[in-house]
Write a protein that binds this ligand. Structure first.
Ligand code: KIV
Length: 280
């Protein structure tokens, strides 16, 4: 476990009036890639943790459909609905001021038609997000990226291990291991960029492939389980805070909140039972 929760200073963005924090914008992410400054993204699902991530200087907060698993207790992200993400986005937006908020579009909210994707993405922007993320690749996804970006909705892509396709992928496993798969992912990243993507998440692909995609595309790459060569990194909040019982091997635990929370709940229960809380 890392012994320090201190983060280095937040990246510089264009000057704002004194006392006003500059909101992170898509353009800043592109400047950061150009300047070689790592982009920091973390998930959050409520106002409390949204505010804490924001105060810590995180650049992007992803209101991930991982909420389905880490908050709502489902086995996969598939049961997550538009209403759930809308509610989590609104809560995070009430807590975060500076970070750019990304709404993760849930399963079946963008796959059927680009029109439906636009309507649902609009709901997330109205709830307080400044960008949306969609998983997958291929011509249908590119059409959706085009439809969203053409009306001014920034879109972040997500390729490699795409959890909404867990059944088609036969489980959560590393992607892009063969030369053929790697070439396909490279091509898809390039074509999605041409369709209008603002950035792209690379999940669980070989480090060298992530390095090659990062060098090839002009948009920022944000890795998760994809090694150190991406333009930025994202982690699920519960993994980095040590709340997940079985975190993925690539995650780093910066705090043992699970053990601390268990200790606190047990002590509280004991105090109540022993009548030492509340005090006279
Ligand atoms: O939903 C999520 O948290 C994500 C990250 C794992 C990138 O998509």
């Amino acid at each position: 476990m890392s012994d320090s929760a201190e983060s280095p200073a937040a990246p510089k963005v264009p000057a704002a009036p004194k006392g006003v924090q500059t909101k992170v914008r898509i353009a800043h992410l592109h400047q950061m890639k150009a300047a070689g400054r790592p982009i920091v993204m973390v998930t959050a699902y409520d106002a409390c943790f949204g505010a804490l991530a924001d105060e810590a200087g995180v650049d992007l907060i992803l209101v991930g459909d991982s909420a389905g698993m880490v908050v709502h207790g489902y086995d996969t992200t598939l049961p997550v609905t538009v209403e759930m993400i809308e509610m989590h986005v609104a809560a995070v937006a009430r807590g975060a001021r500076r970070a750019l908020i990304v709404a993760d579009m849930p399963f079946m909210s963008y796959q059927v038609t680009p029109e439906e994707a636009v309507r649902n993405a609009g709901r997330f922007l109205k709830a307080g997000a400044q960008a949306v993320k969609i998983e997958g690749h291929g011509p249908r996804i590119r059409e959706t990226v085009r439809a969203l970006s053409s009306i001014g909705i920034p879109v972040i892509g997500h390729i490699g291990l795409v959890p909404q396709s867990v059944h088609a992928l036969s489980g959560y496993r590393i992607q892009g291991k063969t030369d053929e798969e790697a070439e396909r992912l490279m091509t898809m990243a390039r074509l999605q960029q041409e369709a209008g993507l603002s950035a792209i998440v690379l999940e669980c692909i070989p480090h060298d492939l992530a390095r090659r995609i990062t060098a090839e595309v002009a948009i920022p790459t944000i890795g998760i389980g994809a090694g150190p060569h991406c333009d930025g990194q994202v982690l699920v909040m519960h993994d980095l805070l040590g709340l997940t019982e079985h975190p993925p091997s690539f995650a780093r635990k910066y705090l043992d909140l699970r053990a601390g929370t268990l200790r606190a709940f047990r002590k509280y229960a004991r105090d109540v039972r022993e009548r030492s809380f509340p005090e006279e």
